[in-house]
Design a binder for this molecule. Structure first.
Ligand SMILES: *[C@@H]1O[C@H](CO)[C@@H](O)[C@H](O)[C@H]1NC(C)=O
Ligand SMILES: *[C@@H]1O[C@H](CO)[C@@H](O)[C@H](O)[C@H]1NC(C)=O
Ligand SMILES: *[C@@H]1O[C@H](CO)[C@@H](O)[C@H](O)[C@H]1NC(C)=O
Ligand SMILES: *[C@@H]1O[C@H](CO)[C@@H](O)[C@H](O)[C@H]1NC(C)=O
Ligand SMILES: [Zn+2]
Length: 521
């Protein structure tokens, strides 16, 4: 080291700022600067502000060890890294992962991004709902399956309704019939790459799935069981709270008559209350009323007007408004701007909590991509997906300033073909910069995912550092309550219920680990 270098470098060390050229830097200065950069990034990381207690720290070590082993085996030996391939192909691998086993057991708080038509497993729909009396099926003139409950089915020329019970009996093999039925309804395929080449291919199939499921679960008595079953499945996945994007499409009766929107709200509310009475650990379920972003402006304005009416009357169950449906070809938020501003023009102005889906697209700079800007200007409480956010630095800055949470849905984005390898997901930069994030599952039943665990696994394994531990998962759980549509007193109750489960989880995993000696080894 030259004398001048030495002189320059010594006081700078104290300041922790370095102007030196590398050829003029001692090895130790280089190392210090390297450490400073790494430390800075570490402290910017999502979850880094949480301080884990000693027991949590032990579990974090177990988790990191398992995470590192899965990652390193892939990096060094070329084994398949599950988040890098389509979920339809990776699910089996994930289910046998040690990290996943811990995540499954972990109390994950609330699920803030789900849709009413895809929260109850298809398995249950087929093995339970289609076994009930008055369930009918037919294939329309395009060969698409439809299902519905009827007293006496209509006999239109395009679809010959037949009792499912009869078709099942005629098949001679109920087990095989059910397997086929599941396969025919599901969007899950063995070869997702060739079956679904474009985003539109998979969305078309997705639309057919919803049509069949809607026919089944919107029959009033089924709806109640369907919702209870959903809550049960979420709770079994250690999720204690759920917010559902719900259209207020009416429930029907056997004679084909339809109820009104309020009937649906009340049925939601009563069913949730029944469930809560029998499951005191459960925190609750709230709705975000959802219009369809293909509908006419008048329809959306009607939706908003009814929301304004319901939000006071049914504030115990309904907490916000959103627009849903495939964004790419759909209408941007700006198309409905006057309708969305309508509540603010009332005298006195009404404040509607918006929870907009936005940025669920790969089309940068298009009208739909710019919905991200409108969502923020319309004071959205959270952003659904925000997949395209990394292309909008100014919007990102505003989200952080206004503390607006982003609902990241990893598997949805992969299955619906916005990104293949989840290590290339735009949310990674938001994890690295400690944005207010929550992880959701969007339509878990449609891709055969657990209510939250598979998406938590993806976020943890593919979107955070190899050495990020339990603090990431704990922060996600806490955020899911903090950024929920609950009131502040509800949030406090929720935190208590969750903390009780969390402490049990910590003790159980530690006990199991010391038992097995080598739970994770
Ligand atoms: C790679 O595979 C070998 C042989 O199975 C194994 O011993 C080794 O631990 C693996 N390396 C990593 C980094 O997992
Ligand atoms: C499933 O689809 C196949 C092929 O279209 C058809 O042959 C079969 O009858 C269907 N089974 C059920 C139960 O829907
Ligand atoms: C279907 O689900 C209901 C509860 O929703 C349950 O009571 C019933 O036993 C189930 N039936 C079958 C055949 O699994
Ligand atoms: C959004 O919030 C800001 C600041 O509170 C307010 O000035 C503005 O009017 C709101 N915009 C809408 C559309 O409600
Ligand atoms: Zn969604």
């Amino acid at each position: 080291m030259t004398y001048s270098c030495f002189k320059a470098y010594f006081p700078l060390l104290l300041l922790n700022v370095l102007f030196l050229h590398i050829d003029c830097m001692s090895i130790s200065a280089y190392t210090l600067e390297r450490q400073r950069i790494m430390k800075s990034e570490e402290s910017d990381m999502f979850g880094s502000s949480l301080v884990l207690n000693k027991q949590e720290g032990l579990i974090s070590d177990i988790l990191i060890k398992a995470k590192r082993a899965e990652i390193e085996d892939s990096r060094v030996n070329g084994t398949i890294f599950p988040p890098a391939i389509n979920f339809f192909e990776s699910k089996k691998l994930i289910d046998s992962s040690k990290v996943f086993q811990i995540i499954k057991r972990m109390p994950k708080g609330g699920a803030l991004h789900t849709h009413g038509s895809a929260i109850t497993s298809l398995d249950w729909l087929v093995k339970n709902v289609t076994y009930r009396a008055n369930c009918y099926m037919c294939h329309d003139n395009q060969g698409h399956l439809q299902m519905h409950f009827y007293d006496t089915p209509p006999q239109p020329s395009y679809c010959q309704w037949e009792s499912v019970q009869h078709v099942r009996e005629r098949s001679g093999n109920a087990l095989l019939f059910d397997q086929q039925l599941i396969k025919n309804i599901s969007i899950i395929v063995d070869d997702p790459h060739s079956t679904y080449v474009t985003v539109n291919d998979v969305w078309r199939r997705f639309g057919l799935y919803f049509k069949i499921v809607n026919g089944l679960y919107r029959y009033t008595p089924i709806f109640k069981d369907y919702l209870q079953q959903a809550l049960r499945e979420f709770e079994e996945d250690n999720v204690q709270y759920i917010e559902i994007r719900a259209t207020l499409s009416p429930l029907y009766e056997l004679d084909g008559s339809k109820h009104d929107q309020e009937h649906k709200l009340l049925t939601y509310r009563d069913t949730v209350n029944d469930y809560m009475a029998a499951h005191p650990d459960f925190i609750g379920c709230k709705l975000i009323q959802s219009g369809i972003r293909f509908f006419k402006r008048d329809d959306i304005l009607d939706d908003i007007k009814s929301y304004v009416k319901y939000q006071q009357k049914y504030s115990d169950i309904i907490r916000g408004f959103d627009l849903i449906g495939q964004e790419g070809p759909g209408k941007p938020l700006s198309y409905y701007l006057d309708d969305l501003l309508y509540p603010s023009t009332l005298d006195p102005p009404v404040s509607v909590p918006y929870f907009f889906h936005a940025g669920e697209t790969d089309w940068e700079g298009s009208q739909v991509d710019l919905s991200l800007v409108d969502a923020v200007l319309l004071n959205t409480s959270r952003i659904g997906h925000g997949f395209a956010l990394y292309k909008h630095p100014e919007v990102m800055k505003m989200l952080k300033q206004k503390d607006i949470a982003i609902e990241v849905n990893p598997i949805s984005n992969q299955v619906l073909k916005l990104v293949e390898d989840l290590r290339n997901h735009g949310a990674i930069t938001m994890f690295a910069n400690d944005y207010p994030l929550v992880v959701g599952s969007d339509d878990p039943a449609a891709w055969g995912a657990l209510p939250q665990s598979h998406d938590f696994y993806m976020a943890y394994m593919a979107m955070t550092r190899e050495d990020a531990g339990l603090e990431v998962l704990k922060q996600l759980a806490i955020n899911s309550m903090q950024y929920s549509a609950m009131t502040s007193s509800e949030k406090m109750e929720a935190m208590k219920k969750w903390e009780r489960k969390w402490n049990e989880f910590i003790i159980e995993i530690l006990r199991q680990h010391s038992h097995d000696g080598q739970l994770i080894g």
